[in-house]
Design a protein around this ligand. Structure first.
Ligand SMILES: Cc1cc2nc3c(=O)[nH]c(=O)nc-3n(C[C@H](O)[C@H](O)[C@H](O)COP(=O)(O)OP(=O)(O)OC[C@H]3O[C@@H](n4cnc5c(N)ncnc54)[C@H](O)[C@@H]3O)c2cc1C
Length: 410
C-alpha cells in the first residue's frame, strides 16, 4: 500500500449525501476548510425520494436551493393517504406552522449529485471513490482519519472536527461501537422505478396506500414520467410471493387494487430491489471531536418520509455548532444538539408507532375531521416537528393517543 501523506482540514465530512452536503456548505459559508470523503462516485442510487417542506429551510440556509431548482423535479404540495375507498389528502398550504408549503419528489441520484456539485462550487473539496476505514482521536478532539482511495493508496486526513454523514455506511457508529438495536421490529421494502404511461391526470401527488395494518405502499411520481413504487412490511409479508424479483413485484402490483392495471414490470427502469432491516439507532449522537448526522444517527421508518429532513436538519445544526466551537465559543452538545435532534425524531417516532398500531390510520381516515387538528397534523407531516406551539409536537404521544381514543369511526 502506498501512503500518500497527510492533508490538513478544519472539518472532515464523511459522505456526500444530503446531510454531508448541507453540513459542508454551511461550514464553508463560515469560511472553514472542508473536505468530504465519499465512498461512491456520483450520481449514485439511494432510496428516499419524497422530501418534506421543512428540508427546504435547511437547503436554503446552506445556499443549495437554487441549484436544486435547476433539477426540474416534481413539485410536491401535499400527501395523499388511501385505504380502500377512503382518502385523506393533506395540503401543505393548510398548515398550523408557518413554513414552506411545498417541496419536491426527487430521483435521489440526481438530487444528491446537484447538492454535491453545488457544495463543491462553494470550495469544498469532495473526494469520490474514497472510503474512510479508520479514525483515531486526540485529546483535543482533533483526529487522524485513514482513507482508502479507489487506486488502493492510503491517505491520512488530520481534522479539527469530523461530521459523520455516512448514512447507511454508519462509519463512526461501527468504528466506535456506538450501534444499539432499533426499538422497531425488522421491516423490509421492495421497490422499483417504472415508466408510468397510465398515470392519472391528477396523479402527481405522492400517495401512501394503507393495505393492511402492517403493509403499506408508496407511489411517488417524478417529473419525467417515471414513478417510484414500493411496498413495505415484515420480511415474511414482503417475501410471500414466489419467482424471480420481477415476478414477485408484478404480483404485488396485481394484488393491490390501487395499483392493478396501472403498473407493469415490463415498464421497469431497473430490476426491483429489496432492503431489509433498515431501522437503526446509536448510543450517542456526538463525542469528543465528532458529531453524527443523518442516517448515521438513527433511522426510524420510511412511512412519513422523514429521512432527508432529519438528515438536513441534523447536518445544518451540527455545522452551526461546530462553527461556533471553532470560533472559540463553548457549545453544550447535549442540549443544543442531542436533545434538539432527538426532540424532532421522537415526534416522528410517535407517529410511526401509532401508524403501525392502527391509531393514526384511524385518525387520518376518520370522517369526524376537524380542520384545526388536521392543520396541526399536517405540520408534523411537513416536517415542522420542532414547533412546540403545535400540540401534536409538544405533547405528541398524548395528543395522538387521546385523539384516536375519542374517534368512533375507523
Ligand atoms: C425503503 C426506504 C424508503 C425511504 N423513503 C424515504 C423518503 O421517501 N423520504 C425521505 O426523506 N427519506 C426516505 N428514506 C430515508 C433516506 O434514505 C435516508 O434518510 C437519507 O438518504 C439519509 O441521508 P444521509 O445524507 O444521512 O445519508 P445517505 O444519503 O445514505 O448518504 C451517505 C453517503 O455516505 C457514503 N459513505 C458510506 N460509507 C462511507 C465510508 N466508509 N466512507 C466514505 N463515504 C461513505 C455513502 O456512499 C453515501 O453516499 C427511506 C429509507 C428507506 C430504507
Amino acid at each position: 500500500m502506498n501512503l500518500e501523506g497527510t492533508e490538513n482540514v478544519d472539518v472532515l465530512v464523511i459522505g456526500a449525501g444530503p446531510s454531508g452536503s448541507v453540513a459542508a456548505s454551511i461550514l464553508r459559508n463560515h469560511g472553514y476548510q472542508i473536505k468530504i470523503v465519499e465512498k461512491q462516485t456520483f450520481p449514485r442510487f439511494v432510496i428516499g425520494e419524497s422530501l418534506l417542506p421543512r428540508c427546504m429551510d435547511n437547503l436554503q440556509e446552506a445556499g443549495l436551493l437554487a441549484a436544486v431548482e435547476k433539477g426540474g423535479f416534481q413539485k410536491k404540495f401535499g400527501a395523499k393517504f388511501v385505504r380502500n375507498i377512503d382518502t385523506c389528502d393533506f395540503d401543505f398550504s393548510a398548515q398550523f406552522t408557518k413554513g414552506w408549503s411545498w417541496t419536491w419528489q426527487v430521483q435521489r441520484a440526481d438530487f444528491d449529485h446537484l447538492l454535491a456539485q453545488e457544495t463543491a462550487n462553494k470550495g469544498v473539496d469532495i473526494e469520490y471513490n474514497a472510503e474512510v476505514t479508520a479514525v483515531k482521536f486526540h485529546q483535543d478532539g482533533s483526529s487522524e482519519t485513514t482513507v482508502k482511495r479507489g487506486d488502493g493508496s492510503l491517505l491520512n486526513i488530520h481534522a479539527k472536527r469530523i461530521v459523520d454523514a455516512s448514512g447507511y455506511g454508519r462509519v463512526l457508529p461501527r468504528l466506535l461501537d456506538l450501534d444499539i438495536p432499533s426499538d422497531f421490529p425488522m421491516r423490509a421494502s421492495f421497490f422499483c422505478h417504472l415508466q408510468d404511461p397510465r398515470r392519472p391526470t391528477d396523479g402527481n401527488r405522492i400517495t401512501i396506500i394503507y393495505f393492511t395494518k402492517e403493509v403499506w405502499l408508496w407511489v411517488i411520481p417524478f417529473s419525467d414520467g417515471i414513478t417510484s413504487v414500493g411496498v413495505t412490511g415484515s420480511p415474511e409479508q414482503i417475501n410471500q410471493f414466489e419467482g424471480a424479483l420481477g415476478e414477485q413485484y408484478q404480483q404485488w402490483m396485481d394484488t393491490v387494487p390501487h395499483l392493478k392495471g396501472r403498473f407493469s414490470i415490463h415498464d421497469q427502469v431497473f430490476t426491483p430491489r429489496k432492503i431489509t432491516g433498515y431501522s437503526s439507532a446509536v448510543k450517542q449522537l456526538y463525542g469528543l471531536g465528532y458529531v453524527l448526522t443523518g442516517n448515521s444517527t438513527e433511522f426510524l421508518d420510511p412511512i412519513f418520509s422523514s429521512g432527508v429532513t432529519l438528515a438536513t436538519e441534523s447536518g445544518a445544526t451540527a455545522a452551526r455548532l461546530i462553527a461556533r466551537e471553532l470560533e472559540g465559543e463553548k457549545v453544550n452538545w447535549e442540549s443544543e444538539y442531542s436533545d434538539y435532534i432527538k426532540g424532532g425524531v421522537n415526534v416522528f417516532r410517535t407517529f410511526v408507532q401509532c401508524w403501525y398500531e392502527g391509531l393514526l390510520p384511524k385518525i387520518i381516515f376518520s370522517n369526524e375531521s376537524n380542520a384545526e387538528i388536521k392543520q396541526q397534523i399536517c405540520s408534523v407531516l411537513a416536517g415542522y416537528v420542532w414547533d412546540t406551539r403545535n400540540p401534536f409536537v409538544r405533547k405528541h404521544e398524548r395528543a395522538v393517543r387521546a385523539l384516536a381514543g375519542v374517534i368512533r369511526s375507523c
